[in-house]
Design a protein around this ligand. Structure first.
Ligand code: GLA
Length: 400
């Protein structure tokens, strides 16, 4: 009798594992390089609509963003208004009169992918209905709409709600829908998701509080809560996280503010370059329908994007710092290094990169190419120096 019981337990165990192994293959192979796309939140917050998202998808194609590699068009918070009598999530009928599926179909018809937002708690951050207790139902709904990417937030969760278990649960629900859906974990780094995000099938996880369109510093929210971050304070929070990123699972220092008006063109170039160095998801957050040529040029710089998208999937790290001056380096698949010379200070300064900092012997002769000037600068031995303007970067690729 006892043996029969043990055998039954064994069979159940094997079957359960087989089922979960089967589920987990659904999302295998997603986000092998950091996801690239556009999201409504940074520029439009709750002002989302069918018209806006279609316009932005069109602009993504026309502006050259799609050609540069941007793919996901993501609606953030505020698309949802209620649940129907069966508990199904309902999109705002005024703002999305044709429903979400028709919008997703349109985005797909342009050769792009479609993403949406929900939250692991009882309500989203903007107070809309969220996912708690509806994970499997919502996952089926999203799959039936053709959703390819889900950003899952952490507002209004229950006291003591376990973050790792909650994100594991939504991943299982998404996989059970049968549709491969990128999972973007958004709990702002509160529970150190870099330790468990990959294990639960998260493809990217936010590492910080929300970004703000500002160069430096942290700022409190209007309600006194902490905090939103400028680009430099986010950067500082990434320094120790490089070992956790890799193909399929990325640190997410939040979406891009490039083009939203709060920083100079020089600062936006630095912001974009540093996000590429961090192998960060490149999710634009500006109005793509009316970009200046400078902003378009930043967002579509294919040589810098190639740093972000390098298939080796290494996150770059800070290899030298002296006050306001820093050197960051990223190992690339072909053995070359992408390097950023960053000047956080108020005046122009020369910065020297030494080969030792990037793991090359001093005598090695290597070609240096400037990825913003799109110019080969020649062969150098041992080191390379360049003047770097205030709040600026020089980005080079060093190839032995
Ligand atoms: C949180 C997230 C943001 C955005 C808003 C939406 O603050 O961190 O990225 O999704 O919620 O309400």
């Amino acid at each position: 009798m006892k043996r029969v019981f043990v055998f039954c337990v064994f069979i159940i165990f094997v079957a359960a594992n087989a089922a979960s192994a089967q589920e987990s293959t659904v999302s295998k192979g997603l986000a092998l390089t950091p996801p690239m796309g556009w999201n409504t939140w940074n520029k439009f917050a709750c002002n989302v609509s069918d018209e806006l998202v279609r316009g932005m998808a069109d602009a993504m194609v026309k502006s050259g963003m799609k050609d540069a590699g941007y793919q996901y068009v993501v609606i953030d918070d505020c698309w949802q208004v209620s649940r129907d009598e069966h508990g199904n999530i309902v999109a705002d009928p005024q703002r999305f009169p044709q429903g979400i599926k028709a919008l997703a179909d349109y985005v797909h018809s342009l050769g792009l992918k479609f993403g949406i937002y929900s939250d692991a708690g009882e309500k989203t951050c903007a107070g809309r209905p969220a996912g708690l207790g509806h994970e499997y139902q919502d996952a089926l709904t999203y799959a039936s709409w053709g959703v390819d990417y889900l950003k899952y937030d952490w507002c209004n969760t229950l006291d003591g709600q376990d973050a790792k278990a909650s994100y594991a649960n939504i991943r299982r629900a998404l996989d059970a829908s049968g549709r491969p859906i990128v999972l973007s974990i958004c709990e702002w780094g509160k529970h150190q998701p870099w330790f468990w995000g990959a294990e639960v099938g998260g493809n990217l996880w936010r590492t910080t509080d929300d970004i703000q369109d500002r160069w430096g510093g942290k700022q409190k929210w209007p309600d006194g809560g902490c905090c939103s971050n400028g680009v430099m304070s986010i950067l500082d929070e990434q320094v120790e996280l490089y070992s956790y990123a890799g193909p399929g699972h990325w640190n997410d220092p939040d979406m891009l503010e490039v083009g939203n008006g709060g920083m100079t063109t020089t600062e936006y170039r630095a912001h974009f370059s540093l996000w590429a160095m961090l192998a960060a998801p490149l999710i634009a957050g500006n109005d793509l329908r009316n970009m200046t040529p400078e902003i378009r040029e930043i967002l579509t710089n294919k040589e810098v994007i190639a740093v972000d998208q390098d298939p080796l999937g290494r996150q770059g790290r800070r290899v030298w710092k002296d006050g306001d001056l820093e050197v960051w380096a990223k190992q690339m698949q072909d053995g070359s290094r992408a390097v950023i010379l960053l000047n956080r200070g108020a005046s122009e300064q020369p910065i020297t990169l030494s080969w030792e900092q990037i793991g090359y012997p001093g005598h090695l002769s290597a070609g240096v190419r400037d990825l913003w000037a799109h110019k080969d600068l020649g062969k150098f031995s041992g080191k390379f120096s360049a003047p770097v303007v205030s709040h600026g970067v020089v980005v080079v690729r060093v190839t032995p």
